[in-house]
Design a binder for this molecule. Structure first.
Ligand code: PEP
Length: 259
């Protein structure tokens, strides 16, 4: 089954309201001709409502970068799935390596968040990936497969369609470093990840789930990455901060999977 490519911007902790407005104004005309690709922007909570408003009636999905799996209560500083629904978010990043490494998120919390997002009908983009030390020690797959397994301890793949969840393979050593995994390394990890999905939900499920690559994607390398069989798009940090370069990536993803 053909999977629809996706190009996603992770703004991280960037953009004031005015900057978000300028960005969307510059982006939309530049991606008008981009057919057959889903576009998402993951904004901070403070600009998410504005982003939803600005992207209404456009092909761009506004998403959050994080949330908490409980629905309400004494969780100071947190935002819940019903709150994301309320503001109109269509997607959410779950388990980004910066959340895992800086804010101590565990495989367990990531699994719970992924399951809660799916049950709320908000598309989770679940990030997995190994550190440089783990790669050098030959334990890339042990790490990545463990992170994926933890998700399916909370989520029944047999009950959800493959379109209800997206994974992003993001080797930690490639995030924000300018160092990109080779297209072959990206395909190797993502192909294995797809194989593992089959264990949880069967072949059809595995064939439907979109798996993105993330880690220093830029206009100069997007075509080679997108050309890999199992790579369905990108989660982009640095190169998504300027509307012009993100538009190039969206248009690149649209052209790459056209056949
Ligand atoms: C990311 O934040 O998920 C990311 C991949 O960042 P960058 O593109 O800057 O490496």
């Amino acid at each position: 089954m053909a999977r629809r490519p996706m190009m996603a911007a992770n703004w991280k902790m960037n953009k004031l309201l005015g900057e978000a407005r300028d960005y969307v104004e510059q982006l939309l005309p530049r991606i008008e001709g981009a057919e057959g690709v889903d576009v998402a922007i993951f904004a901070t909570f403070t600009s998410l409502g504005e982003l939803v408003r600005l992207t209404q009636g456009t092909p761009v999905v506004a998403g959050a970068q994080n949330f908490y799996y409980e629905d309400s209560g004494a969780f100071t500083g947190e935002v819940s799935a019903p709150m994301l629904e309320d503001v109109g978010a269509g997607a959410v990043i779950v388990g980004h390596s910066e959340r895992r490494e800086i804010f101590g998120e565990t495989d367990e919390t990531v699994g719970r968040k992924a399951a809660r997002a799916v049950s709320a009908g908000i598309l989770p983009v679940v990030c997995v990936g190994e550190t440089k030390e783990e790669r050098d020690a030959g334990s890339m797959w042990e790490k990545v497969s463990g992170q994926v397994r933890a998700v399916f301890e909370h989520l029944d793949a047999g009950e959800i369609g493959g379109e209800a969840i997206v994974f992003a393979y993001e080797p930690v050593w490639a995030i924000g470093t300018g160092e990109t995994a080779t297209p072959e390394d990206a395909q190797d990890a993502i192909g294995r990840l797809r194989g593992l999905l089959g264990e949880f939900g069967g072949e059809d499920f595995a064939g439907e789930v979109r798996i993105l690559y993330g880690g220093s994607i830029k206009p100069g390398n997007v075509n080679d990455i997108m050309a890999q069989r199992d790579v369905d798009g990108g989660l982009v940090g640095g190169a998504s901060l300027e509307a012009e370069s993100f538009a190039e990536l969206v248009n690149g993803a649209s052209n790459a999977k056209e056949d």
